[in-house]
Design a protein around this ligand. Sequence first.
Ligand SMILES: Cc1cc2nc3c(=O)[nH]c(=O)nc-3n(C[C@H](O)[C@H](O)[C@H](O)COP(=O)(O)OP(=O)(O)OC[C@H]3O[C@@H](n4cnc5c(N)ncnc54)[C@H](O)[C@@H]3O)c2cc1C
Length: 249
Amino acid sequence: MPKAVIVGGSIMGLSCTHALLLAGWEAVVLEKSGEPPNKSPTGAGLGLDPTARRFIEPWISQPEFLDHLTLPLSIDQTLQNEATDPEKKVSWTLTRDEDFSFRAAHWADLHGLLHPALPPETIKWGHLFLSFTLYNDRSEVSVKAQVLHKGDTVEITGNLLVAADGCLPSIRQTFLPELKLRYSGYCAWRGVLDFSGQEDSETIIEIKKAYPDLGKCLYFDLSSGTHSVLYELLNKRLNWIWISLISCR
Ligand SMILES: Cc1cc2nc3c(=O)[nH]c(=O)nc-3n(C[C@H](O)[C@H](O)[C@H](O)COP(=O)(O)OP(=O)(O)OC[C@H]3O[C@@H](n4cnc5c(N)ncnc54)[C@H](O)[C@@H]3O)c2cc1C
């Protein structure tokens, strides 16, 4: 049976591992974090389209959990908001799609569905990828990783190496050393606001007044030089992304 070594045990690494197992591969995941993430109320939201859900459902033992852990995003609405301009505090709808069939997941909830559904011992927690060597005409790969709590190095062999180690991937740099990160013209911040127990606060009341379809709508809010994305997650959490265009001189 061919074997894959996947570096990175976040959403991409775990999704790839499930897909490979279903295709008849053996797989091992090297993840530098020492243990599975806890159910942190903060973090990130993810919008799952129907195709993503169709892929994920066969991977988890109880596919209905995907619905239980997500909120529907049945509307996609883009607003043009002039509220940041003190002269014109107005906003109007640019587009509104009522057939949007996404669902909103919290990163930790989705991860918590994906990792327990893998065979035991598939994920090697606390293993820091160090380097790899290709051999046998590139049909095999040997991966070196450091076991962080012990400090010793292990070597794992396979037939496929998957670089799911995030936005600064050391594996990609080996193949494309000349490829450098470039500033793309904007900066973005994102987070999740846990407002449980704060439902009647002025902030939440004002947010719900400005975005009345929260709970079923993905809002894009465009203003001059900036835009934001807002949607609600299960258990009284709001996912927000704020993007700001900053010129680089
Ligand atoms: C502000 C902001 C907004 C974003 N908005 C969106 C959006 O709207 N839609 C979207 O699709 N994406 C968005 N993204 C990007 C999104 O975060 C990434 O696409 C997603 O997290 C990538 O997941 P991943 O599994 O590939 O990598 P990551 O989640 O980065 O996971 C990488 C994993 O690899 C592990 N790792 C790293 N190095 C090693 C090593 N040497 N050894 C072992 N393990 C290692 C890490 O511990 C981590 O678990 C946004 C990002 C930001 C910052």
